[in-house]
Design a binder for this molecule. Sequence first.
Ligand SMILES: Cc1ncc(COP(=O)(O)O)c(C=O)c1O
Length: 345
Amino acid sequence: MNETVKAAARAPNTASLAVHGGEPVRKTPMPPRIALGEDERRMVLEVLDHYAERKVDPGYQGAFEKIYNVGPEQFAERITPNVSAAIIVHAAGYATQIDKIVEIARQHGIKVIEDCSQAHFARHKAKPVGTFGDIAAFSTMYRKAHMTGPSGGIVYSTNLDIFRSALVHSDRGKPRWRDDFDDRNPSTYLAPALNHHTDEISCAIGLASLRRLPATIVSRLAFVSDFVARLYDASEVCRAYRFMPTSSPFYFPVIVDVDAIRCSKIEFAEAVRAEGIDLNTHYKYVVCEWPYIRPYLADDFDTPNARSIRDRSFNLYLNEKYGEQESRDCVKAIVKVEKHFKIAS
Ligand SMILES: Cc1ncc(COP(=O)(O)O)c(C=O)c1O
């Protein structure tokens, strides 16, 4: 290269920058959001009909504000003098707004038990679930992100008294931390209690699973992320539940537009399952529906939002072995079924 050519090569090519009059990379505008589409139009018409029927104008804090609107405020509303403890479930891999719930609970002297069985190491504001309340429980049965064998569980607390009480109740009333405790002398035990204690084999399996847990969660998240994108592109009837990178997927809810199909949601989900997709057609763990539990609840407990979302969804089972092929197959099965059951528009 002679000197003149070298100098030209070093000189900035200002004309090629768009800011200097060159061709821009993108010649069409970026897509506008248009967040208000057909769905929103339909919902607004629903509001107008709802209030027209009642011969009043729509205001605020009404029926539509209440739908999905579940959070710490709803927890606060339910507190009565009978409430001494609250079990907060981090369901479907997602952390609840646990910090606010704990704050409200503390103001009322209410103990908070976090049930983290479906959300091991899901985070809320950068802190893992289980570290907010007074005590936390993690199921570690064989389907859970962290498992200790066929069946098992972990209890976590930073409060030593609470932790010791849990220890006593998990192991036949034994106060193992006390100097005068004698394993062979039941008269030194503190209370009648069952034998829920664990064993060396379960703990060793649990350690191996725990070491793999970050990778387990990343794989599960990768599957869910891929599935959500594919479902969004392909389905007209189903949409994915919310997805957050801070969650720890256990199962994944798929919401069905029940007005767009000519079968029940359960029949729809059964048809998807028959295509070879592992799923729960109808989540029956909605506490307010269990007759035996009613005497233990502080009031006439009902969770209409939980019932509502359950009635419109099925849950894909998943694990860390699921990859792109499983994601494709899940979406293919859903789309195949919805083509069959979709009401012609
Ligand atoms: C939220 C929640 N709590 C508790 C449990 C009970 O766990 P286990 O079957 O290990 O007793 C489960 C099991 O799936 C669960 O999902």
